[in-house]
Design a binder for this molecule. Sequence first.
Ligand SMILES: [Zn+2]
Length: 269
Amino acid sequence: MRHSLLPTALLCLSLNLPTARAEQAPERDTLFQLSTIDALLAGVYQPLATLDAVLTQGNFGLGTFVGLDGELILLDGIVYQAGADGRVRIMPGETATPFISLTWFEADQSLPVPPNQDYAAFKDWLQAQLPSRNLTYAIQLKGQFAHVRYRSVPAQQPPYPPLKEVAKQQTFFERDTISGTLIGFWCPDYVTGLNVPGFHLHFLSDDRQSAGHLLNFQLTEGEVALDLTDRWTVEMPEDPAFLAADLDTDRSRALHQVEQAPDSQKAQK
Ligand SMILES: [Zn+2]
């Protein structure tokens, strides 16, 4: 018994959590994901599930759409598409996705973020607050940004090229003085191949006019909420494209290239 009780007690201590967390239904603290990040890197952009089907698993997360048609943001049960044209649309439930990660967001802890941080400083700061690097955290940051830099990717046609080829066509966007929410996850290193180790965040402005895969920011002020996620469900699609994909190759370098783009590349306003 001590074995199972001790970690929860420690987590509650370090996060100042109410003991209620331990009583939450386990499926509420589950990260559900469709397919794997390496399948996406390999070019598996096929329609593997509808939004209606995956939204039974959570109300908060990120991913992409069939054909890699833009960045997906899921907030409060609403799915937004951040298109490569810079437009943000609410997507209907019959829309298909090749990759999505989501959970039921219930904050275990909220913290004011030290003001005037950039993304690198924020990452260092938040990682120092995590009670363990061996769990997954859903992250929701609401804030005022002096500057945000993000990107989206254009829709592809089969036969699909690998993601690192598509990344050459990505569009960069920058916004100044904007309020919005960062939505995403921090995952342990051991999820390599399955999901994105470390931070993966998408941006959605409060006016719902600007959104995309986060690359950098200068935060004026904000508050970050964390939801500890200690279970994982992976749906391995029985789609021919997934079954035939080469998932033996180490794609960590390709992932790093795709996730972070150099600041020097030109952005559209
Ligand atoms: Zn992303």
